[in-house]
Design a protein around this ligand. Structure first.
Ligand code: HEM
Length: 435
């Protein structure tokens, strides 16, 4: 349903959007207003897209008219620099061409052993019987997996948590900078700017040491980029952006799934039974777990780690969508959180119903209403690797521990660079008897 509403600067809806964009786009109030409408924000017009046809128009059919937005990706480029994730046009095409062979389904098959080993080591090392920050711990494991599989770098040193934190803080800073149009200019006078610059220097030194000492595998992306003449700084950028795009998104998907399972004991039991039946010496294939897979997909429907895909209109003469003139520079905020819960396309949208993804039911899902990995030419390059990572770590985690969250109230999603939980993901792990 297309409906255009012009809000005034800083009315309740605009404020709710700035406060928690994902949640705002999925409120009953918003769905009543329509699936495509305009918010007049400070110095910017933002179109909220909760409609799959507008998504298709922007991301697929008219993709040259819409580029990665100054909200997040372009800011990333300003702060970090050029890499596949932060450029457009010919530069993007060349980098995508170089990198895509590292992410195909058949290539991911070759990574599975590394994924299993690193995930097992990470889960095995988790302290039990005490409160832990699950998101930070799983992010560190994902960090190691991406470095080993894609960049051919085996991490042995103990500074992984520092690097994960640097990347996490950097993402938070970029997200914060892109929230208001003046912040890219004013933020350089803040302490966070200096901290980010210092963090970048730490990353530069770390990458330089790795490359100088040839601590990377043959035929890895690192080696290929070096052979093609890319600079150390460019390789640093690729690492930062890939690690930024992957470690926390995967960990967020893992944490929300665990949380939802603890909230839905009957599914928790089914998943545990499935794991007990197929967990053989850790040498398993993630496709053996259809129930767990369905729970992960449903968790990513309810809590898509990348909660929105954002584009800026770059067409000189603007564009026309559903009779509405879109001006050059207007922002299209395609809400994954909003479309994934839109009652026009989903029955009981707020309920955790993994059956939606079981027994061939996926074919009933309307096209472009479920897109945790995006759509169109910039859809996630790592999507075939992401699912095995999530499944493998969850199999290890749920096989080894019984997990409890210490929250007494339901978790509140907050839209940051990924869709996190307001109170974090703090859990207690109790080792299972048979281990
Ligand atoms: C559950 C995990 C993941 C989710 C939910 C996710 C989601 C997404 C989404 C929605 C996009 C599109 C953004 C846009 O169009 O603006 C994207 C792009 C991207 N993702 Fe992922 N991602 C995940 C894991 C990964 C992994 C494992 C990697 C790589 C190691 C990765 C690397 C990237 C990169 C580099 C881009 C930019 C692609 C481009 O510019 O063409 N992501 N991801």
């Amino acid at each position: 349903m297309i409906n255009l509403i012009h809000n005034y600067f800083f009315d309740d809806l605009s404020r709710a959007f700035l406060d928690n964009a994902a949640k705002c786009t999925a409120s009953g109030e918003v769905y009543k207003k329509g699936d495509f409408f305009k918010l007049n924000m400070p110095l910017t017009s933002i179109y909220i897209v909760n409609d799959p046809d507008v998504l298709k128009y922007v991301l697929i059919d008219n993709e040259p008219k819409y580029e990665k937005s100054r909200i997040y990706w372009k800011e990333l480029r300003r702060v970090i620099g050029k890499a596949m994730g932060s450029v457009e046009g010919d530069e993007w095409t060349v980098l995508k061409q170089i990198q895509k062979s590292f992410f195909t389904k058949s290539q991911v098959e070759r990574y599975l052993e590394d994924v299993r080993n690193i995930s097992n080591e990470g889960v095995f090392a988790l302290p039990d019987d005490q409160k832990i920050n699950l998101l930070a711990e799983l992010s560190a494991t994902n960090f190691r997996i991406i470095l080993k599989t894609i960049f051919g770098i085996k991490t042995t040193e103990g500074n992984i948590h520092t690097l994960v934190k640097i990347i996490d803080d950097g993402e938070a800073f970029i997200f914060w900078r892109s929230k208001y149009p003046w912040r890219p200019f004013t933020s350089i006078f803040t302490k966070r700017w200096f901290t980010t610059q210092k963090s970048l220097r730490i990353c530069t030194d770390w990458v330089k040491t790795l490359l100088d000492h040839k601590h990377y595998a043959k035929n890895s992306l690192t080696e290929i980029l070096l052979e093609k003449g890319y600079s150390y700084n460019h390789i640093r950028n690729e690492m930062i952006i890939h690690l930024g795009a992957s470690t926390e998104t995967v960990a967020v998907a893992e944490c929300w799934t665990v949380y939802l399972l603890t909230q839905h004991p009957s599914w928790y039991v089914k998943v545990k039974q499935e794991i007990s039946a197929h967990f053989n010496e850790g040498n398993f294939d993630p496709v053996q777990f259809p129930v767990l897979t369905a729970c992960v997909k449903e968790a990513m429907r309810l809590y898509p780690p990348s909660h929105a895909i954002v584009r800026d209109c770059v067409c000189e003469q603007g564009d026309l969508i559903a009779g509405q003139k879109i001006n050059k520079g207007d922002v299209m905020y395609i809400s994954a959180y909003g479309i994934h819960r839109n009652p026009n396309f989903w029955q009981e949208p707020d309920r955790f119903i993994p059956e939606r993804f079981l027994h061939n039911n996926e074919k009933n899902i309307e096209i472009n209403t479920y897109f945790p990995f995006g759509a169109g030419k910039h859809a996630c390059i790592g999507k075939y690797l992401a699912m095995p990572m999530v499944l493998t770590t969850l199999v290890h985690l749920l096989n080894r521990y019984t997990i409890t969250f210490d929250d007494t109230v339901p978790k509140e999603p907050v839209s940051l660079s990924t869709l996190k939980s307001k109170n974090g993901f703090f859990v207690n792990l109790i080792k299972n008897q048979q281990i």
